[in-house]
Structures are given as structure tokens and as C-alpha cells.
Ligand binder design. Structure first.
Ligand SMILES: Nc1ncnc2c1ncn2[C@@H]1O[C@H](COP(=O)(O)OP(=O)(O)OP(=O)(O)O)[C@@H](O)[C@H]1O
Length: 341
């Protein structure tokens, strides 16, 4: 039975959905509760002065559909009527969008909340499994995404709903575990004196780790971009790049294991974002799972938990679509994050 609160959560169709990252923004329109999102438009944020321009030129100018509502996921804190994005100069101004885009109902979520919604929405055919374990239905889940930064969100099932738990887990401390780690860690660039997950587990962090290994061994660091390091590591053409990627997947396994303990993720640990998809062979070598399970006295517990890489290229958009169609399926608090004309 649906409650008055559930009725109030309903969004009027057509609904514009948008996943706004630092580099790319992806948009689609959902016509009604039974349709898949229409054609997806992917734009580079740098090519448009504002999000309003991007929506107008990349989406609305190509369709006669006029969305009445929008659900947007942004990389940045949603704490006022002017939402600044973390890695891009766009500012989301929902009240102004009523005028510029003709919308009358706008919900703005956190980008990792959208990734968590995607985990509830996507089937295993859009995932690649890393190691053993079977998911328990309706048990806790956790999502980690190394990308421009390190995004983290939990996903719990309660009161017949999936409830995403966004947070700032990418900024937790991470420390050395082995003798070799103790040689590398002193050379990692810290943030205000400490090594947080994001100093290692993102594109910039991979370069940071590679440089730290070079300094520890007194060698020259040839590569300057994460893509160069993963390419040289995956084709095994450069031993230092191989070690840097190995260090990266080991640290990712440790952090994933810690988060799995926090959320008791018997429903699975899900790796999202651009980097995880590109390093699946490295995640499968065994170092990731070994670090993930190395959590005495809970090794057996961790061993029973499955880990997946989400391989769907538009995962967050799928999560937003599932939410937009039937918001009451999810426990997403919209107070202070929903604007109605
Ligand atoms: N082949 C690669 N191997 C490792 N890292 C890569 C590779 N290609 C890109 N990167 C790095 O991945 C990061 C971008 O990650 P991702 O594609 O997940 O973007 P994002 O943070 O989700 O932002 P957006 O949503 O804007 O695309 C950058 O730091 C980039 O340098």
C-alpha cells in the first residue's frame, strides 16, 4: 500500500535525468514509468558555459519532448540553492532552471548516491565478478569508485526500500601493511600531513603511487598520466608501472574490505567508475582479493562476500532512471534537495 508520503515523492513525466561528472555529463529523458530512458546524450562539461546551456543545446534542441521534472546527480555537496560542482565550473541553480528550461520539479542527488541506486537497479549481466562469494538478497552493499576522486556510498535495505548512504569515505586514512609499503608510504604526497584513500585510489593517486615507488627505488618516473601507467602495467612493459598498479589494487582491496566490514556487505561490494573497468585483469590477479580478505579475525566473513566491477557504461544514469520512475522504491531523503515551481 502506498502512503501519502510515497504519493508526494512522485515526479511528473517526462523526466530529464542527468549524471554530471567533473569531465563528462550524461543526459536522457524518460517518457513514462514503463519506458527505458531515451537516447543518451554525453557531453564534455568544458564545452558548455553552463549546465542550462548543455541541457538546452545537447538535449532539448534535439527533441520535441519537454521534460516537466528532472533528477540530476552531481559531484559536489548539495547544500543550498546554488550547487557548485567539485571539478567543473558549472553551478546548478534549480530555481533559475524553472525559467531557462521550463522544468517545474527538480531533485538533485549526490553522484555516488546515483551509483548506489545503480547497484540496486542493474543486474549481474552488467557486472564482472572478482573472486568468490555469493550475494545475499537484501543484505547491505557498498559501492566504491576510483575516478577523478574516490567516491564511496553504502546501500542498505530496510522497510522494503533500498536506501543509499552517501558519505565521504574516500577521505578515510590508509596506512602501510607490509615491509615494502613502509618503503613506499613515506614518499606518497600527503594531504595536510596524512595519507587518505584519495591520495592513492584515484587517477591522481595512481600517479602519486608510481612516483613514490620511483623515489623509494631511486629511479626515474617516466610516466605522468594514470592511463600511461595502467597501459604499461597491463602489457607488463614497465616493472615500476606493474608495481604501481599492483599497489593500487592492493590498497583498493584493503579499503573495500574495511568498508565491507562497516556496512556488513553480504550483498556485495561494487566497484564503479572509469578506472575499475579499465583494470579488470589486474583486479583478477589475486592481490585485490587477498588484501580484501586480509581482515583478521574476519577473514572467513570477507571471503564469503562477493565483489563486482560494474561494467555498464552508464550505470549512474540507470540508477537515476530507476529512482525517477518509482521514487518510493528507494529511501532517498529529498528535504533541501527538491525544488518545485
Ligand atoms: N586507462 C586509464 N587508466 C587509469 N586511469 C585512467 C585511465 N583513463 C583515465 N583515467 C583516469 O580516470 C579518472 C577519471 O575517472 P572517471 O572516468 O571515472 O571519471 P569521473 O571521476 O567519474 O568523472 P566523469 O563523471 O566526469 O567522467 C581521471 O583521473 C583519469 O586520469
Amino acid at each position: 500500500m502506498s502512503s501519502a508520503r510515497d504519493e508526494d515523492s512522485i515526479l511528473q513525466f517526462p523526466i530529464l535525468i542527468g549524471d554530471i561528472g567533473g569531465t563528462n555529463a550524461r543526459f536522457a529523458i524518460i517518457v513514462d514509468a514503463n519506458s527505458e530512458p531515451g537516447e543518451t546524450r554525453v557531453v564534455q562539461t568544458a564545452n558548455y558555459a553552463s549546465i542550462d546551456d548543455a541541457i538546452q543545446q545537447a538535449v532539448l534542441d534535439h527533441t520535441s519532448l519537454r521534460p516537466r521534472s528532472a533528477v540530476l546527480a552531481v559531484a559536489g555537496p548539495v547544500d543550498s540553492d546554488e550547487i557548485a560542482l567539485t571539478n567543473c565550473p558549472w553551478v546548478v541553480r534549480p530555481k533559475a532552471m524553472f525559467e531557462t528550461l521550463g522544468l517545474s520539479d527538480i531533485v538533485v542527488l549526490n553522484d555516488f548516491e546515483a551509483q548506489a541506486l545503480a547497484v540496486a537497479a542493474l543486474g549481474e549481466e552488467h557486472m564482472e565478478k572478482i573472486g568468490p562469494g555469493e550475494p545475499e538478497p537484501n543484505a547491505g552493499r557498498v559501492v566504491l569508485g576510483p575516478g577523478t576522486g574516490l567516491g564511496v556510498a553504502g546501500l542498505i535495505h530496510a522497510c522494503h526500500k533500498w536506501i543509499p548512504v552517501p558519505g565521504e569515505g574516500g577521505h578515510m586514512d590508509i596506512g602501510p601493511r607490509t615491509e615494502r609499503d613502509r618503503e613506499i608510504f613515506p614518499h606518497l604526497e600527503p594531504i595536510e600531513g596524512r595519507i587518505s584513500g584519495e591520495q592513492i585510489l584515484c587517477g591522481r593517486g595512481l600517479v602519486n603511487s608510481y612516483r613514490a615507488i620511483a623515489i623509494a627505488d631511486g629511479k626515474e618516473a617516466r610516466f605522468t598520466t594514470p592511463a600511461e601507467i595502467t597501459a604499461a602495467a597491463l602489457d607488463k612493459s614497465d616493472p615500476m608501472a606493474v608495481e604501481a598498479l599492483d599497489f593500487f589494487v592492493t590498497c583498493l582491496g584493503r579499503t573495500a574490505g574495511d568498508l565491507a566490514l562497516v556496512f556488513m556487505s553480504r550483498g556485495g561490494v561494487y566497484l564503479t567508475g572509469g578506472i575499475a573497468q579499465k583494470i579488470v585483469p589486474a583486479l583478477k590477479t589475486g592481490n585485490f582479493r587477498e588484501a580484501f580478505e586480509d581482515k583478521a579475525p574476519h577473514r572467513e566473513l570477507l571471503r564469503s562476500m562477493p565483489v563486482y566491477v560494474i561494467t555498464h557504461p552508464l550505470a549512474a544514469l540507470n540508477g537515476l532512471a530507476a529512482y525517477a520512475r518509482i521514487p518510493s522504491r528507494f529511501g532517498v531523503e529529498t528535504t533541501g534537495r527538491r525544488w518545485r515551481a
